[in-house]
Ligand binder design. Structure first.
Ligand code: DLL
Length: 426
């Protein structure tokens, strides 16, 4: 691990007792802000029999009610605003599968908070002032493009804001402007690798990739690192916490994702009971934003699956908690032939088979109420469906159906890749 600088050493290396003291001050403040300024938060706290005075220690956090995406949806568009609307400067939105969007609005301070979190991520990845970066997530309602942008402005980087799509042009720009670091959704790293292979070219100046927004298995990470000749970082964030990078990234030690603890409190709870789990146990990540004002989240149930990996000081020098890489979303769990599994387990298995490509589809076929699994995957010549099936059977305990395709035959999408498809039979 090489020596590196930090964007905000004072906060990033703050001793844990001081961090806890700061968290308590900030928690009290955000509970007070939301209780006093928004009826939705107040009604929920009243119903749970708790009010701002009851927050005396960090342990009192668990007495506060949870928030979920439903709170955002029920109050669409701005029913959870805790500040005057005139203070708003920007918004982002995610639509998800149910249709009613989740809106996050930002004051000037909220944008500065986002930029601070992102600037820390850039420096943590070894990207410093004056470095050339290319931002490939889309600029728009999706928070990806603008989040990388706000942070890069704060960190003093030279930004090439391509947004999504037109991969050959992206590659030309990366070459012409000697881009050192690339930002993207995980599947876009793969798309770039494919076009580089087609063009029989490489990107000698590219050294760093920051990827996120989708599960990022270790085998996929190795493929991208090998294919592009770069070091990659796994960046975490979501619309509700304020966007990409707000909830951290892994450091060069790659031993878990540091969540910025002066900005967020992380809990991992049992998704059935809502009770906090001991460190190391896998459960649902719950996040509380301590420093956001337009729409703060208090005990927001992310549906993301992870565990508290460490509270020890990291070898990078940072004291902030580390969670494991997100292995999936609770909503994505599949149950087929009595076996429970997540799409990320299929990806992990596929990527570990030599000669299997990076693009695959998980198709759930349902006939007469019975679900079956079909896996379509691109492979190199010589790899047969039988070989793929054998590995999947070992991992899942049953043999899915499936076909193998030549590289480039399965459809590609812009933005987050859709891996799981549902098909109803007659
Ligand atoms: O995906 C924010 C983002 C943009 C992160 C670009 C990284 C890069 P949403 O569209 O609101 O925001 O989706 C948030 O995406 O709850 C996770 O399920 C998933 N997700 C985000 N980052 C990761 C990651 C953006 N590093 C939802 N690993 C989250 C796995 C991730 N899943």
């Amino acid at each position: 691990m090489k020596a590196m600088t930090m964007w905000n050493e004072k906060y990033e290396t703050m001793p844990r007792e001081e961090l806890h003291a700061l968290q308590l001050i900030r928690l009290k403040k955000v509970v007070r802000l939301s209780y006093d300024n928004n009826i939705h938060y107040r009604n929920k706290m009243d119903a749970a029999g708790i009010n701002p005075e009851d927050i005396r220690s960090l342990d009192d956090l668990t007495n506060l009610p949870f928030m979920t995406k439903d709170d955002f949806r029920a109050t669409y568009p701005l029913g959870m605003l805790c500040v005057d609307k005139k203070q708003l400067r920007e918004m982002h939105m995610s639509s998800g599968s149910t249709g009613v969007p989740v809106v996050m609005a930002y004051t000037d301070d909220d944008i500065a908070q986002w930029a601070e979190c992102m600037a820390r991520c850039y420096y943590m990845a070894g990207i410093n002032q004056g470095d050339v970066i290319q931002i490939t997530p889309s600029f728009g309602l999706f928070n990806g493009g603008f989040g990388f942008y706000h942070g890069a402005r704060m960190a003093g980087l030279f930004i090439i804001p391509t947004g999504a799509g037109n991969t050959p042009r992206q590659i030309r720009l990366m070459k012409d402007f000697n881009v050192r670091a690339l930002m993207g959704v995980v599947s876009y790293g793969i798309r770039i690798m494919e076009i580089l292979e087609e063009q029989k070219t490489d990107l000698p100046d590219l050294k760093i990739g920051i990827f996120g927004a989708e599960t990022f298995s270790n085998s996929m990470r190795k493929k991208i690192e090998g294919g592009l000749g770069i070091e990659t970082f796994d960046i975490y964030g979501m619309t509700e916490t304020g966007g990409v990078g707000t909830t951290g990234m892994d450091c060069p030690a790659h031993e878990g994702i540091h969540v910025w603890e002066d900005q967020y409190i992380t809990e991992v709870v049992d998704s059935q009971t809502g009770k906090p789990l001991p460190d190391g146990s896998t459960g649902e990540v719950v996040l509380t934003s301590l420093t956001r004002s337009a729409i703060p989240v208090i005990r927001f149930r992310t549906r993301d699956i992870s565990w508290i990996q460490s509270r020890e000081k990291c070898i990078c020098g940072r004291t902030h908690i580390r969670i494991g890489r997100i292995t999936g979303r609770l909503d994505d769990m599949l149950i087929i032939k009595g076996v429970n599994f997540y799409p990320s387990q299929i990806e992990q298995t596929l990527m570990s088979i030599p000669g299997v490509g990076n693009n695959y589809q998980i198709i759930i076929e349902e006939k007469d109420g019975i679900k079956d699994l079909r896996i379509n995957v691109e492979v190199e010549p010589g790899v047969t469906g039988f070989m793929v099936e054998k590995h999947l059977k070992e991992a899942l305990g049953f043999s899915p159906k499936g076909d193998v395709f030549k590289s480039g035959e399965l459809p590609r999408q812009e933005g987050k890749a859709q891996r799981v498809f549902y098909k109803k039979g007659d």
